[in-house]
Design a binder for this molecule. Structure first.
Ligand SMILES: [Cu+2]
Length: 318
């Protein structure tokens, strides 16, 4: 009898606690809807942890574009096109494209000074814009290392409404002719010269194949400059150059839809290397004092992808 009473009391106490908890800060989910310790997707499809009935530690999950469901790829392309074309969002799209073109190229791409953190900041800003259109959208990445010797045949260049379209036509000013960014369907901003999106594929193999990437990721923390140099001067520059056209010129490349795919993979590579330990995460940048202009941030604020400014957390799915 006594143990029965005790049991009832414990149950009541537990129930009361759950209710109280919900009253204080339970805006997202009820205590019954998530299992303690499990991972749950919230309404924006961020991956969250369930603790005391609350969804916490919500991460934006960036996925490999060609592994995404077709309708997810379509959703991304639609959000990108809305951002770049619709009057409600175009101003912000222009601001982001031009903050890349207005930052001196030698500072941004030709030294290690700000390359990694600047682009991490830029990607989050870009993602924020797309998530105003559809909060389920995260930036996709393209793992070109798996397609290194035939990258020009990769599924990202699909001409369907879930792809980026293919190579430009050399007898038509290198204009892209197919897919959602064809010259009939999409134009560059006047700030980047206007007209069609141009591609002029150079059919050269990329150095960054899976083996080479593995070697780069294996570099020890003391060799930050070798790691960074290989990613920036080799992987980064090569794909920009081999795609050619709008992507080849730093004054126009931020207006390319494929720019995001490329840079989020570079960001993933940096994050993978950082995740090897504290010395990796804090290599080089905490010692620098460059501001990530035109933002208000410093490099050191963009080193921890699980705690970025604006309470943003980012992870990459393999
Ligand atoms: Cu750049």
């Amino acid at each position: 009898m006594l143990s029965n009473l005790k049991c009832c009391f414990v149950f009541l106490l537990l129930f009361w606690n759950m209710e109280a908890d919900r009253g204080q800060h339970g805006k997202e989910v009820s205590t019954k809807s998530c299992e303690e310790g499990s991972y749950v997707l919230n309404e924006c499809e961020d991956r969250c942890e369930c603790r005391d009935g609350q969804l916490i530690n919500c991460y934006r999950v960036r996925k490999e574009f060609t592994k995404m469901e077709i309708n997810e790829r379509r959703r991304y392309i639609n959000a990108y096109k809305t951002a770049s074309m619709s009057p409600a969002f175009k101003k912000e799209y222009e601001r982001l494209v031009t903050c890349h073109t207005n930052t001196p190229n030698d500072l941004l791409h030709e030294t290690p000074r700000i390359f990694f953190p600047w682009h991490r900041w830029f990607l989050v800003e870009f993602e924020n814009l797309l998530r105003r259109i559809d909060c389920r959208v995260t930036l996709p990445y393209w793992d070109w290392s798996r397609d290194a010797d035939h990258w020009w045949n990769a599924a990202v260049w699909s001409s369907g409404d879930h792809g980026l379209g293919g190579n430009g036509n050399s007898s038509d000013d290198d204009c892209v002719q197919d897919g959602p960014f064809s010259k009939e369907k999409w134009r560059l901003l006047k700030q980047t010269g206007g007209g069609c999106l141009r591609r002029k594929f150079y059919h050269f193999k990329l150095d960054g194949d899976t083996k080479d990437l593995k070697r780069t990721l294996a570099l020890p923390s003391k060799r930050f400059f070798d790691f960074e140099g290989n990613v920036r001067e080799n992987y980064h520059a090569q794909l920009h150059n081999w795609i050619g056209g709008t992507m080849r010129n730093p004054l126009t490349s931020s207006n390319c839809p494929e720019m995001v795919f490329h840079h989020s993979f570079l960001d993933k590579i940096w994050l993978q290397w950082q995740n090897k330990g504290k010395a990796y995460k804090n290599a080089y940048f905490p010692m620098t004092r460059d501001k990530l202009l035109p933002s208000k941030y410093y490099s050191w604020q963009w080193l921890d992808s699980s705690n970025l400014p604006g309470q943003v957390k980012v992870t990459y799915e393999d």
